[in-house]
Design a protein around this ligand. Sequence first.
Ligand code: DGL
Length: 283
Amino acid sequence: MGKIGVFDSGMGGLNILQAIRGIMPEYAYCYLGDNARVPYGNRSFETVYQFTRECIYSLLVKDCPLVIMACNTSSAKALRAIQQNDLQRWQSELAPNGPTLKVLGVLRPTTEIAGQLTHSGHLGLLATRGTVESDSYRIEIERFFPQVTLHQQACPLWVPLIEEGRIKGPLTEMAVKECIDTLCNRAPTMDAVILGCTHFPLLTSVIRHHLPPHVQIIEQGPLVAQALQHYLHRHPDIESSLDQSGTCTYLTTEDPLRFNRNASLFIQASINSQQFHLMIPNP
Ligand code: DGL
């Protein structure tokens, strides 16, 4: 019986994990935060692919046949490459007789819904520099909603501030205001904005304060959770291979005490994480 793995470069994926466990508490989960190497958002394609590949492989080895890539930067830059280059090989190496190994990202569940939430046809995206530069959101939105225009804004300072626990204060206000003002000036008719980084829901109140009141904020947690629930209904073979003990293990590549402390910003429960050494897949 396998667990559902949830991966993020740091703490942001805890938002996604929380939303998933909110509607599917029965499964067993394993969260991995690559806190030693966060942020991913300002790194090259090659580096994000290499880091993400190591984390996903490690979760697959740790009995997680189904992994949610709860990191937009990784989903935008590395998901397709892992699905195309690695997954089949890892299937033969790690589970030749099943279960089927699956890795799902967070872009698709967001983009297939987000276009319905704009009336003006102008949608905003707040994300890391890497996600914006990949242009993945624009490509996906265009596929589902060709009439919608996406206005993208990179927010390179937000993740480092959040990982430092600075979810309030003058520095954070300044960093948020600058990006929101730039986006709103470029897209005055925008009426909905996607938080396209799993860290950003922590800044919702600051973002709300600087956004015009009529602009709706779209958070990914509920969208990803619902998409996963539908996916499991459509794939009973995968669903029946999952452990239903309702447990959750937390792994971090950095200091577990620091992880436990910062995790309290994201989730109310007290967390007892373990330090984890990544397993390096063959090239
Ligand atoms: N939480 C991640 C995302 O959704 C990445 C942040 C980072 O590592 O820069 O993009």
